[in-house]
Design a protein around this ligand. Structure first.
Ligand SMILES: Cc1cc2nc3c(=O)[nH]c(=O)nc-3n(C[C@H](O)[C@H](O)[C@H](O)COP(=O)(O)O)c2cc1C
Length: 165
């Protein structure tokens, strides 16, 4: 598990290889098993596979190239109708997204969490014609990773732990 967690990288370039519907369902399955406050499961997913739609959605972020390269988008929303506490619901959606990212990595696929697109939430929601009770949380871009070395780093534990009781 720790190896999986540490070796996951954000992938921003994908090959032309398709991602099957079966795999997409398995990824959603990993997401839906995340914990949520009162088990309210506030996440909703919109899956986009048509290339022309992906291209249209890419226009709503400055990470256009990354979005365009993807074979699948999983657009994650918070269902305000199931919400009972905004902070906890957003935290649960973070857990859901991380479950999916880790499972995508386990499958040998790659993904990147696109948050910048939230700057154009209203416009994107209008394009997608989603109901008013759905708040855009993130777009996950998914595909088969172009093979290359990807490095990342994290701060030292000493910088992060503020005390031991
Ligand atoms: C809330 C959130 C928003 C992010 N938004 C973007 C984004 O808009 N574009 C992008 O290329 N990467 C985005 N990322 C990916 C981060 O840049 C990446 O996770 C970070 O640089 C660490 O790299 P790693 O995921 O390879 O370990 C986002 C990640 C998170 C958690």
């Amino acid at each position: 598990m720790i190896e999986l967690i540490k070796s996951r990288r954000s992938i921003r370039e994908f090959t032309q290889e398709e991602v099957s519907e079966d795999l997409i369902e398995k990824i959603i399955e990993a997401g839906k098993w995340a914990p949520s406050g009162l088990n309210n499961q506030p996440w909703r997913f919109l899956i986009i596979r048509k290339q022309d739609k992906i291209e249209e959605i890419s226009k709503y972020t400055k990470y256009k190239k990354t979005v365009n390269s993807a074979k699948v988008l999983i657009i994650v929303f918070l269902d305000k109708g199931s919400s009972y506490n905004y902070i906890k619901d957003v935290q649960a959606i973070g857990a859901c997204i991380q479950n999916m990212l880790l499972f995508i990595h386990e499958l040998g696929l790659g993904a990147c969490w696109i948050g910048e697109i939230l700057n154009q939430s209203e416009e994107l929601n209008r394009y997608l014609r989603v109901k008013d009770n759905l708040e855009l949380m993130a777009v996950l871009v998914i595909g088969h990773p172009v093979k290359k070395e990807r490095k990342s780093s994290r701060r030292d534990i000493q910088d992060l732990v503020i005390g031991w009781g």
